[in-house]
Ligand binder design. Structure first.
Ligand SMILES: O=P(O)(O)OC[C@H]1O[C@@H](O)[C@H](O)[C@@H]1O
Length: 153
């Protein structure tokens, strides 16, 4: 599985730690930066990484910023990107089981590195539930996406 990664200055250390784990465990990573802790704007990195997910160049995305919501807010503007902020293992499980999210957003100022690693593992290894009610909910979100989000070329 190929994973798009992106972060701002607040998420660099967390991104590096997660990237190391992914590479050691057989995942491919495309790292869109940023690569240091110099102050920057999240959208410069999360936007291209989201496009890679939208185009199918990467299957999933993992984005790190200070709080997590900033990455999710940007990614969720892009057609085909379904981003969830997860701060614990229950959120990570349900973000896959109930909502089939393809982008995980983490807040490095909110959760520690150990929790982030467990969230990543849980999120990567949990499949969507096939129960009709969850399928219907996911389908409705996809329909909203298809109706209002511009296709990514
Ligand atoms: O360090 P500064 O620039 O103040 O803020 C960084 C974080 O604050 C929030 O907006 C975002 O989560 C961003 O990553």
């Amino acid at each position: 599985m190929k994973i798009a990664m992106a972060n701002d200055h607040a998420g660099t250390a967390m991104k590096e730690e997660i990237k190391k784990y992914l590479l050691e465990n057989g995942y491919e990573v495309e790292d869109f930066g940023t690569y240091d802790e110099k102050s920057c704007d999240l959208s410069d990195f999360v936007y291209p990484a989201s496009l890679a997910v939208a185009k199918g160049e990467c299957e999933r995305g993992i984005f790190c910023d200070g709080v997590g919501y900033g990455s999710a807010l940007i990614a969720n503007k892009i057609n085909g990107c379904y981003a969830a902020v997860c701060q614990d293992l229950l959120c990570a499980t349900l973000a896959r089981q109930h909502t089939d999210s393809n982008i995980l957003c983490l807040g490095a100022k909110i959760i520690g590195g150990l929790m982030a690693m467990e969230v990543v593992k849980t999120w990567l290894n949990t499949d969507p539930l096939m129960e009709e009610k969850y399928r219907n909910r996911v389908r409705k979100v996809c329909e909203i996406n298809d109706k209002h989000c511009v296709p990514v070329k």
